[in-house]
Design a protein around this ligand. Structure first.
Ligand code: RB5
Length: 157
């Protein structure tokens, strides 16, 4: 039985450190009938995470997708790259509470996971919370407005 209500398509990418966890996550997405586009990588052979993070970030910025998942060994490298793109709010998450909060308060649009830092079932618990929590706006809109100001300032340089 399906657990996730929000079936918006997801773009998903990983490097070698995230490949195994990505496979597990894709099985969950299949089970939940959540459509996804997998942009690679396709094995545990060493690749460079910035390529995958950049593609996911670009395709969310273009409006093709509203949300994405990036997995490397720790989630950190992916988040550093993705967060360089204006409009991308990528969150490295390793617990349920942060997964909920980063959707509700930060309107996170990219979930970064560590293939070597969290277990498979923990990852699914985080993913469920991230997929099905909505941005609540209100006072958090002030912070997101300030974030947009920072992006504008940086884009001028
Ligand atoms: C690759 O060894 C590793 O650096 C990468 O997966 C990622 O965790 C970087 O943050």
């Amino acid at each position: 039985m399906s657990e996730i209500k929000n079936k918006a398509p997801v773009i998903i990418g990983c490097d070698h450190g995230g490949f195994r966890l990505k496979k597990f996550i894709k099985e969950f997405l299949d089970q939940e009938e959540i459509p996804y586009t997998d942009i690679g990588c396709d094995s545990e052979e060493i690749v460079r995470y910035p390529y995958y993070a950049a593609e996911v970030a670009r395709r969310i910025r273009s409006g093709e997708f509203v949300r994405g998942i990036l997995i490397c060994s720790t989630g950190v490298g992916m988040s550093i790259v993705a967060n360089r793109y204006p409009g991308i709010r990528a969150s490295v998450v390793a617990d349920h509470y942060t997964a909920m909060m980063t959707r509700q308060h930060n309107d996170s649009n990219v979930l970064c996971l560590g293939g070597r830092t969290i277990g498979e079932f923990q990852a699914i618990d985080i993913l469920k919370a991230w997929l099905d929590n909505e941005y609540i706006g209100g006072r958090h809109e002030i912070s997101l407005g300030l974030l947009r100001d920072v992006e504008k300032e940086m884009c001028k340089q």
